[in-house]
Ligand binder design. Structure first.
Ligand code: SF4
Length: 435
């Protein structure tokens, strides 16, 4: 089994000649030659395939815009008089929407517009290296980290022995301070050693998963989206080779671009892999959240548009886990994403022309933990200074008398029901709204 992560590098620009060969619409899902399509599930972590119908987006239901995905957004004049930071970069229209933006739009229209304005193209939500980070998708790095943690555990045991010796000397010499010094070192050392031991347990478990995978098999003969729990190592055991793209892939017909975290390659098959920064990527029944469904379908469309490739499903992994969920993309979902792209461009155009701003999502519970709605305290002096400078700041007074604002409220004019805002009394809670 090949455990390397960077197996091949493809510059999508080199594949331009294939664009013209792409026939619009979904290709039939013929099995890749040499690979057996089977209804038998052999994924490591799930004994059955769950057939789950695609859920409708929980976002606001609005009339069809009639805008086709191929229609580019109208060029608009940059705002010259409004110095609002949140709107300062809305005067230009980007040529391509990123898959990340589209996923945010599937979550909430406002979030999609803000992602587009801020030019957030990365789909990787992980916030980079953390002190607690442990390798997960690379067998060699897992082994290297395991060796390092074993050395640290040895040091922790050595320090514990020194601490016990100091305590012993303290008792012998009836030196209370010396005894307490040894005791303090021992307590600190045990806390650190416990942490190291826990990391070792995690790494040993990950190495075990890497060493004993069952080859992944996915039933592709479906007419509805199917979700299957999969394991990174089972995909590699099935012959998929992981790789990355050096630059975003651009759709030849849609104004869409994106670069998945990894692409698994097997013959003519290309499987996009998303590594979410969130721990929770699906509902309790295993159905991926709307934004991940949208991203998987969009990436599959992008990869298939490169020509001669088949991308019947994609995989999403949560933060810090090699156990993810694979979703088969149906023609219906493919079409839904195409329409959503047109709707997104229309929404951005209306917002940029200040004709209409997107509403909060019908499912207001989405605002509870959304970072764009998190309240930020602002003093009266700061508020006056910002308004004097022409910056639009939407403030509300909390029960404690302090003023707060948030990025979403500043940009779109109404404060959303973020959990903290409800606690502070800035807005009514979702429950109170529905009474
Ligand atoms: S706070 Fe609510 S309305 Fe604002 S972007 Fe987030 S989910 Fe959308």
């Amino acid at each position: 089994m090949n455990s390397k992560v960077f197996e091949y590098q493809i510059d999508s620009r080199e594949l331009e000649p294939y664009y013209s060969q792409y026939v619009r619409g979904r290709k039939s899902r013929e099995p890749v030659s040499g690979e057996e399509v089977t209804t038998e599930l052999a994924a490591e972590t799930s004994p059955t395939i769950e057939e789950v119908p695609l859920t409708e987006s929980d976002g606001p239901i609005e009339p069809e815009t009639g805008l086709t995905a191929q229609t580019p957004p109208t060029e608009v004049e940059p705002e010259t008089e409004n110095n609002n930071d949140a709107k300062a970069d809305t005067g230009r229209v980007r040529e391509f929407v990123s898959v990340h933006d589209l996923g945010q739009f599937a979550f909430c229209r406002r979030a999609g517009v803000r992602a587009f304005e801020k030019d957030e193209r990365e789909d990787e939500e992980d916030n980079g290296p953390r002190l607690t980070y442990l390798p997960n998708f690379d067998r060699d790095r897992i082994q290297a980290e395991l060796s390092k943690q074993l050395r640290l555990l040895g040091m922790a045991m050595l320090y514990a022995a020194v601490a016990v010796a100091i305590m012993y000397v303290g008792i012998k010499q009836t030196d209370f301070l010396l005894f307490m010094a040894g005791f303090g070192i021992l307590v600190l050392d045990l806390m650190w050693g416990g942490e190291v031991f826990w990391r070792l347990v995690i790494l040993i478990n990950r190495r075990h998963q890497a060493d004993s995978p069952k080859p992944l098999k996915i039933d592709l003969l479906s007419t509805a989206p199917k979700y299957q729990r999969v394991n990174w190592w089972s995909a590699l055991a099935a012959g998929y080779e992981p790789g990355t793209y050096q630059s975003p892939v651009r759709h030849p017909e849609w104004p869409l671009e994106g670069c998945p975290w990894r692409v698994l390659k097997h013959g003519s098959r290309r499987i996009p892999v998303i590594h979410s920064g969130a721990k929770n990527i699906a509902h309790g029944n295993g159905v991926l959240h709307d934004k991940h469904q949208c991203r998987v379908a969009a990436y599959c469309a992008l990869l298939e548009s490169m020509g001669n490739y088949d991308s019947p499903f994609g995989i999403v992994f949560p933060a810090d886990s090699a156990k993810g969920i694979a979703m088969i993309v149906t023609p219906d979902l493919h079409e839904k994403v195409r329409k959503m792209l047109g709707d997104f461009l229309k929404t951005v155009e209306l917002s940029e022309n200040q004709l209409a701003e997107p509403k909060q999502p019908d499912d207001r519970s989405r605002c509870r933990g959304c970072s764009l709605g998190e309240p930020i305290e602002i003093s009266k002096q700061e508020y006056k200074r910002e308004t004097r400078n022409g910056v639009s700041v939407k403030v509300a007074q909390a029960r404690n008398g302090k003023l707060y604002h948030c990025e979403c409220g500043d940009r779109f004019g109404t404060i959303p029901p973020h959990a903290k805002s409800c606690r502070l009394g800035l807005v009514a809670s979702v429950e109170e709204m529905s009474v």
